[in-house]
Design a protein around this ligand. Structure first.
Ligand code: MRU
Length: 358
């Protein structure tokens, strides 16, 4: 297998209880499917970014808890024990990464479904869980397609578009969020050019976004993270579209570290800055960006991970937050499956997503 174009990023194996992902740590060099069969394998795949991107993590966790429930059901003949073991495993998976709300959103939805199915014959409970995980997957595909339909209307012939990190099909099941409007513009034959921030330290932009857009035939250029302001100054970027890991009720957005710097530069140079995200990433229960937990990762990712030799003196301090918060005031619009939400975001988000509970 050497292309990701026609495969779902996260899927259920048809022959055995296993989640199948593409190991994103190996991209773009190698496209290798990976089978996740145990809670530990699912936890590690999420933690180490073998599967990553807010929606993909949510779908993986939903499928993962179903796969785990198959074994837990066999190991726990008593219903009480089964329920306790299910809840413990769900909490364990939820602790793999803290910032993307899709993870806890998907696990809570699966738990509600599990508890309302219990007690019933075990095969029935497992079938219900499987159906719910597949529904979460199908809804993700549908929401990403709709984000593309709304977002493409913002793109003009000849536009230079900047994106940061990977909010592409690899971060979802298909299409992506930030890339969905780009794919649709490309399919319409529009002449567009996409700049991908390499996205230090884990290089999701260089390794993943440029790979998937370039292999789809989109005119694509990789730039270092510090280059985007200069391209904006030269008038080569007409819009920015990024994804999101959590959108707070006031419109503050957590996304990959570096996003807020891009938003500040875009604001200064008068370039519209759009965030694309499905309702599963909108967290109306979190009032503002200050309430979002930002994942801190190992300093080794900054100094050693992609290099032959360490790129900083041994023992030096390293700060490695995986995400940052972009102030709502820097955002031109949030592209969702329900349309484009414009400022003021608190009222717009409450109107569109107020009834949603996480
Ligand atoms: O650490 P990652 O690679 O999981 O971070 C991913 C991002 O920040 C994406 O922009 C976000 O999850 C949106 S994915 C549609």
């Amino acid at each position: 297998m050497d292309s990701i174009k026609d495969i779902d990023t996260v899927a259920l194996d048809e022959n055995e209880p296993a989640v199948v992902i593409i190991d994103q740590r190996l991209l773009p060099g190698e496209v290798r499917p990976m089978h996740l069969r145990t809670p530990e394998e699912i936890y590690d795949a999420i933690k180490t970014l073998a599967v990553r991107g807010a929606p993909a993590i949510g779908v993986c966790a939903a499928m993962g808890i179903y796969v785990a429930a198959e074994a837990l059901s066999r190991e726990n003949p008593s219903d009480d024990d089964f329920i306790q073991a299910y809840k413990k495993t769900s909490e364990y998976l939820d602790s793999s990464r803290p910032t993307a709300v899709n993870l806890s959103w998907a696990l809570r939805r699966m738990e509600r479904c599990f508890l309302s199915a219990m007690p019933a014959p075990r095969q029935e409970v497992l079938e219900t869980l499987k159906k719910e995980a597949l529904a979460i997957r199908d809804e993700d595909v549908d929401m990403c397609r709709k984000i593309g339909e709304y977002g493409v209307e913002l793109i003009h012939e000849g536009d230079g578009i900047l994106t940061h990190c990977n909010a592409g099909r690899l971060a979802t099941v298909r299409y992506g969020t930030a890339t969905s409007p780009i794919y649709q513009a490309h399919e319409r034959g529009m002449n567009i050019h996409v700049f991908c921030d390499e996205t230090r330290p884990l290089l999701q932009g260089a390794r993943l976004t440029s790979y998937e857009l370039f292999s789809a035939g989109v005119d694509t250029t990789v730039i270092c993270d510090g280059m985007s302001a200069s391209l904006m100054r030269e008038g080569r970027i007409q819009m920015v579209i990024v994804g999101c890991d959590r959108v707070a009720a006031n419109g503050d957005v957590a996304n990959k570290i570096g996003t807020s710097m891009v938003a500040a530069a875009a604001h200064y140079y008068g370039v519209p800055f759009y965030v694309a995200g499905p309702s599963s990433t909108i967290d109306i229960d979190t009032p503002s960006g200050r309430d979002i937990t930002i994942e801190q990762r190992e300093g080794y990712e900054v100094t050693d991970m992609w290099y032959e030799k360490p790129m900083a003196p041994k023992g030096v301090g390293v700060y490695n937050p995986a995400f940052d918060v972009t102030d709502a005031s820097l955002i031109s619009g949030i592209i969702t499956e329900k349309g484009i939400i414009r400022p003021p975001f608190d009222t717009g988000l409450a109107k569109a997503f107020g009834g949603k509970t996480h």
